[in-house]
Each structure stands twice: as structure tokens, then as C-alpha cells.
Design a protein around this ligand. Structure first.
Ligand SMILES: NC(=O)c1ccc[n+]([C@@H]2O[C@H](COP(=O)([O-])OP(=O)(O)OC[C@H]3O[C@@H](n4cnc5c(N)ncnc54)[C@H](OP(=O)(O)O)[C@@H]3O)[C@@H](O)[C@H]2O)c1
Length: 284
């Protein structure tokens, strides 16, 4: 397994396991334990995924030491603001049954994010969160935060896959020594991406699956990838990417597939922002 070193010196696994949409508690617990047994060390959850408690159970069931794991959770939009964020972090720690988080991210750049950032900085200084960052920040959102942050964000988790490679944002993040973490790294499993002939050709050459080629591409681009699967065989195969390396020419073939097409919401879309701010979740 490869690790990247964040700018505050914290080591983060290059490949992690996402648990969005695994809402059934028993399944989530079992899936997290399976993923950890298969070798994953980074688990990516969020308050709004409604499964932090089950993730905590899965971590315990895995039998792996806490200090070998990298646990990420996220602050939901309705919990932004200085006081609410402190409460939200305590809730997350309690549900996960952990006394520290490896990384805590703002889920969307909406609400009182600057107030939230101050609270996150405090938890960072107390050692209760080892790394702080954001999700779904555009370059402008990043600039606004960097202007006021005394602890700089180390990660921006955004939609990223071969047909939406985030080239402009990626370059900006690199300049600022911030890692891009790719959500929907497999394009949410859409078949026209996974069965794309260019991936199939490369996959055949290495005796691999197209999903493995895509995940290998992310890691070689120095992006952290967090694929989700609730299927045991896929959980295993998605992690089996350490025995081959894509050539520069193959990397370029994949880079050329980019159509700059999102599959999900644009964080700069004001209607989306409004709908997120109006959503109500009261049972994390
Ligand atoms: N910060 C954010 O706003 C944000 C937004 C979205 C996601 N995320 C994070 O990113 C993680 C991953 O994103 P995602 O779940 O949207 O997309 P993804 O990981 O790109 O794709 C997951 C989908 O692909 C299928 N799949 C997984 N491995 C496969 C394989 N080897 N072959 C064929 N199909 C495969 C899964 O099906 P099965 O489960 O049926 O196997 C699932 O339907 C989430 O779990 C979450 O942690 C963050």
C-alpha cells in the first residue's frame, strides 16, 4: 500500500474505502470489517451518511489497532458555525467510539464555514483531529479559506474520475501543497466508464480489471481514491492495485479521456447550495 505525506507531516493511505449509501447498520459493520481485513486502512464516512456508529462497530470487529487506521468523517452543512461544529465533532467521535479522528472535512462550502474552520483548528491544536480539510471547494472557495485560515487545509475531497479529472483545480491544489482526494473515483460505477475500451485494453495487458486500472491511475496522479463497494469480491479487487504500474504513455491515454463532465452537483450552483442549506437531518 502506498501512503502520501500531507503538508503537516501526517501520512495518509493513497487508497481508502468509502461508505456512502451503506446505511444498513449490520451490512456497514460487516463491510467495514471486511475492507480492513482486506488491507484498507482509510475509512471515509460522514455524519450525513448515517452510519458512523456502524463504522465504529466495524473498526472494532476488524481487530486492527486504532493507530494503524486512518478514519475520516465530515461536518454536515446544517452544523456549520463555531459552536455547532464543536458539538458536531463531539457527536461524530461519540458515534464512532473514537477519541480522535485522523481527518475531519467540511462536507460542502456552504453555511458559516469560517466559523467552523476556527472550531476545527481548535480540535486540531488539541490533537483530537490530526488533519483538517474540505470537500467540494472550488478554487474561489479555497482562496477565501486560505486567506483567513491559520491552520491550512491539507485535503480537498472532490468529484474526480477519468471523465472529470479536475485538471484546473488539481493544478491549483498542487501549487498550494493540498492533496486532492477523489470521491466517486470509479464514476459511481457507471458502466460506460468501467467498460471504456481504452481501459479494457490496458487492463488486458496487465491481467487486471478496468476498475483497478482507474484506481491505479488515481494513485499515480497522486490523488487519494476512496472507492465504495458493498460487494465482497469488489472490495477485495479494488484494493489489489499494488502489483502493476501504468506507463507514462498509458497515463496520458487516460488523461486524454477527460471530457470535464460532472456526474454530480456543481458546488458553484446556487440552486444546489440553497437545496443543501434547506435539507433537514435531525437523527445523525
Ligand atoms: N465529499 C463528498 O461530497 C462525497 C460525495 C460522494 C462520495 N463521497 C465519498 O466517496 C466514496 C466513493 O464514491 P461513490 O460511492 O459515489 O462512487 P464510486 O466509489 O466511484 O462507485 C461506487 C459504485 O461502484 C460500484 N463498484 C465499486 N467497485 C466496482 C467494481 N470493481 N466494478 C464494478 N462496479 C464497482 C459500487 O457497487 P457495489 O457497492 O454494488 O459493489 C457502487 O455502486 C463514497 O462512499 C464516499 O465515502 C464523498
Amino acid at each position: 500500500m502506498n501512503y502520501f505525506t500531507l503538508k503537516n507531516g501526517v501520512k495518509i493511505p493513497a487508497l481508502g474505502f468509502g461508505v456512502w449509501q451503506i446505511t444498513d447498520a449490520e451490512l456497514c459493520k460487516k463491510t467495514v470489517a471486511t475492507a480492513i481485513k482486506d488491507g484498507y486502512r482509510l475509512i471515509d464516512t460522514a455524519a450525513v451518511y448515517m452510519n458512523e456508529r456502524a463504522v465504529g462497530e466495524g473498526i472494532k470487529a476488524s481487530g486492527i489497532n486504532r493507530d494503524e487506521l486512518f478514519i475520516t468523517s465530515k461536518l454536515w452543512v446544517q452544523d456549520t458555525g463555531y459552536e455547532k461544529t464543536k458539538k458536531a465533532i463531539e457527536g461524530t467521535l461519540e458515534r464512532l467510539q473514537l477519541d480522535y479522528l485522523d481527518m475531519y472535512l467540511q462536507h460542502w462550502p456552504y453555511g458559516d464555514n469560517i466559523g467552523s474552520w476556527k472550531a476545527m483548528e481548535e480540535y486540531y491544536h488539541q490533537g483530537k483531529i490530526k488533519a483538517i480539510g474540505v470537500c467540494n471547494y472550488t478554487i474561489q472557495h479555497m482562496k477565501d479559506l486560505l486567506e483567513v485560515a491559520s491552520v491550512k487545509p491539507v485535503v480537498n475531497q472532490v468529484e474526480c474520475h477519468p471523465i472529470f479529472q479536475q485538471k484546473e483545480l488539481r493544478a491549483y491544489l498542487k501549487e498550494n501543497d493540498i492533496y486532492l482526494e477523489a470521491w466517486s473515483p470509479l464514476g459511481h460505477g457507471v458502466q460506460d466508464l468501467l467498460s471504456h475500451p481504452q481501459f479494457q485494453q490496458i487492463a488486458d495487458k496487465y491481467g487486471k480489471e478496468t476498475a483497478q486500472v482507474i484506481l491505479r491511475w488515481h494513485v499515480q496522479e497522486e490523488a487519494i481514491a476512496i472507492p465504495k463497494s458493498a460487494t465482497p469480491s469488489r472490495i477485495k479487487s479494488n484494493f489489489d492495485i499494488w502489483d502493476f504500474e501504468l506507463s507514462e504513455q498509458e497515463m496520458n491515454v487516460i488523461r486524454s479521456i477527460d471530457t470535464n463532465q460532472r456526474l454530480s452537483a456543481d458546488p458553484a450552483d446556487k440552486e444546489w447550495e440553497k437545496s443543501m442549506l434547506e435539507r433537514v437531518f435531525d437523527h445523525f
